[in-house]
Design a protein around this ligand. Sequence first.
Ligand SMILES: [Zn+2]
Length: 272
Amino acid sequence: MKLYLDPGHGGSDPGAQGNGLREKDLTLDIALKLRSILENNYNNIEVRMSRTSDVTKSLAQRTNEANSWGADFYLSIHINSDKGSASGYEDYIYISLSNNSATARYRDIIHNEVVKLNKLNNRGKKKADFHVLRESSMDAMLSENGFIDNAKDAALMKQDSWRRSVAQGHANGIAKAFNLTEKKTPDREEPASGSGQSLHKVIAGSFKDRANAEQQIADLDAKGYESFIATAQISGETWYRVQAGAFLNRENAETRVKEIESQGIEAFITTE
Ligand SMILES: [Zn+2]
């Protein structure tokens, strides 16, 4: 499927501002994270973005681009503002659409996945006559991810891990709504088969829920450790293991476990 991903505002238009934050920076960061999660984890998706840097682009340019590309879905990422008292998440589809429309059904799925991970008060599913919803010729949705002028929401926005969780929630929703197929984990650190050597893999957690494994990868990344998901079948069930290193020398694996544990993340070694 073709996703047109639109980080709101940009360039001369900062969008909402508050608590030292600008909407245009937050929407761009969330959208870039969302694109990389989708491209890294799924096969059947193509993402085009309205902007990938801090540039000015009109609303008409955005919808014209999505329409001429023939996108299947238009997703616009925004941050809300009020007068400091309102807080939370809400999303929008075009005002005249029914609750049984295809757009509404896609939105229902995405909404449910976003609110699982965003730690925000849920303000619900809404409709509005916004340009990007009205002028886009495909199903379209706009999400408002917290209020920039609310101290509690803004404190979350300042965290890279929160922005990643918001991106992950949208990714999970898109994957579910459009039946995206997961990429197979590359065997990038395996020794040549038949070498007779065993490999000591450092596993920083094993999860039933892929989203939790993704979160662990984000936490490790923030602490400077590269990791990826290696799926394991145990008693017929799929587990998402977070592999943070693989070593031919067991001592090196033990050193890595100690380093990771000193950062407050538990890890263990599997030997194959
Ligand atoms: Zn906005």
